[in-house]
Design a binder for this molecule. Structure first.
Ligand SMILES: [Zn+2]
Length: 437
């Protein structure tokens, strides 16, 4: 009996050992990151016990793949060992160690092989890059680097890889509606031109261009090609002349809509100018500072005013100030957006402009002139049945601004472009067999 007991225990111990062995890292790797033609050989700690190193070797009898033509090719020689960084585990950095083979390809000559876990120029494995890139969408790049004990540059490489892959593999067609807007970046007056798709079912960033010139925006149409350009039905933009011109030339079939948000913003700017100038003038002439702290009273929509602001506004309205008259014109204009028919909206617009031109308030007269100049495009808003109102492009642009704040390490165009595509492009991602994230 005793002997049997010992024997049973021995068997159990062997079995337990097998289980422990079965859970070696190679087993886990084979489960989540398996590649035909390669085997994980040995796992060990690096010299300082902060790194886990995994030896990888080609599976016996499997041919190397030529990186030029992606076909199997006879071996030529082997290069020195390369380290590919994998997803860190329990606070340890993980590296796959592999000696790349060179092949003698009948088509491409002597070239280095292609390995499935990495992309030629990157030191990080594809799985790790995808992992980092996904985190970099939730955290800032700096926070991502800190969280995984890696560098900002590596996070940047990861995003670059995922974005390049996504741009190469995305489907552009069909595009029904686009919105174009500029955004300021870096310090000073540097601009980017952003083009969004604003279809009912899909809103995404399509393109990022440097500057906001005619040449810039033309590049977008070159990118999508004439066939797609001709199929665009709606274009939403602000009143920036170069944009207007390019839309006329490249997208003449589309209904061009001037963005409501930009018109409202310009109107508010004009009102603010009137208020500031009048306030200064009154102070100089030694009048009572009636307009002091009045900025928000007149700029905010009436419905959004606080109790005190409402009271201030009521008080202000008793005076025959330019600011008050400009304010009333602005408030009056709100009604414009309520119309359904382009004809009635047009009549209202004409009347409003006529009134404003007689107001003797220069900044407001400028607005009226602007509205007259762009009358047709503004009325297109009603022709498009208000489908593409202000919100969409503006919302996307606000997201773009947040993204730019989060990604900054170097304020170069390239980094900004990458970060924007990454967070707003809705790009496809390379597929992995296992979800590491
Ligand atoms: Zn080849």
């Amino acid at each position: 009996m005793a002997a049997t007991g010992v024997g049973a225990r021995f068997i159990l111990e062997v079995f337990a050992l097998e289980i422990v062995r079965a859970m070696e890292l190679t087993t886990i790797l084979n489960h989540c990151h398996r590649h035909r033609g390669f085997v994980y050989q040995r796992v060990r700690f690096g010299p300082d016990k902060k790194i886990i190193e995994v030896d990888v070797r080609p599976r016996q009898g499997s041919a190397a793949i030529c990186s030029g033509c992606h076909q199997p090719a006879p071996g030529y020689d082997q290069l020195s060992q390369r380290r590919f960084e994998f997803i860190p585990l329990w606070g340890f950095l993980v590296f796959l160690l592999y000696r790349m083979r060179r092949v003698n390809c009948s088509r491409c000559g002597v070239v280095v092989e292609e390995v499935p876990w990495a992309d030629g120029k990157y030191q990080l494995t594809k799985a790790y890059m995808l992992f980092l890139a996904r985190w970099a969408r939730k955290l800032s790049w700096k926070e991502t680097a800190e969280s995984f004990h890696t560098s900002w540059e590596k996070v940047c490489h990861a995003v670059e890889y995922v974005v390049s892959w996504g741009l190469e593999h995305r489907t552009l067609a069909p595009i029904k509606a686009i919105g174009v807007d500029e955004i300021q970046y870096a310090k000073g007056h540097k601009y980017l031109t952003l083009v969004y798709q604003i279809d009912a079912g899909l809103t995404r960033l399509l393109w990022v261009g440097q500057e906001r010139t005619i040449e810039t925006f033309e590049k977008f149409f070159t990118m999508i090609g004439p066939e797609l350009s001709f199929k665009i039905e709606f274009v939403c933009s602000d009143m920036w002349k170069p944009y207007l011109r390019v839309i006329r030339e490249k997208c003449s079939q589309a209904l061009h809509i001037l963005d409501r948000f930009h018109i409202v913003a310009k109107m508010n700017q004009a009102l603010d100018d009137v208020r500031a100038a009048e306030s200064r003038k009154m102070a100089q002439e030694g009048h009572q500072p009636l307009l002091k702290n009045s900025r928000w009273c007149v700029l905010k929509r009436k419905a959004n005013l606080t109790g005190t602001q409402k009271f201030r506004l009521r008080d202000l309205l008793r005076y025959n100030l330019q600011t008050v008259r400009a304010y009333l014109l602005k408030e009056d204009f709100q009604q414009f957006w309520e119309y359904e028919s382009p004809t009635w909206a047009g009549m209202f617009l004409d009347f409003w402009c006529y009134q404003t031109m007689h107001s003797r308030i220069e900044p407001m007269k400028k607005i009226a002139k602007m509205l007259r100049t762009h009358r047709e495009l503004i009325l297109n808003y009603f022709k498009a049945k208000k489908q593409f109102s202000s919100g969409v492009v503006e919302g996307l642009n606000n997201k773009a601004k947040v993204t730019m704040r989060k990604s900054y390490g170097f304020r170069t165009f390239r980094i900004t472009e990458l970060a924007l595509y990454h967070s707003l492009g809705k790009l496809p991602e390379p597929a992995l067999t296992h979800e590491f994230f």
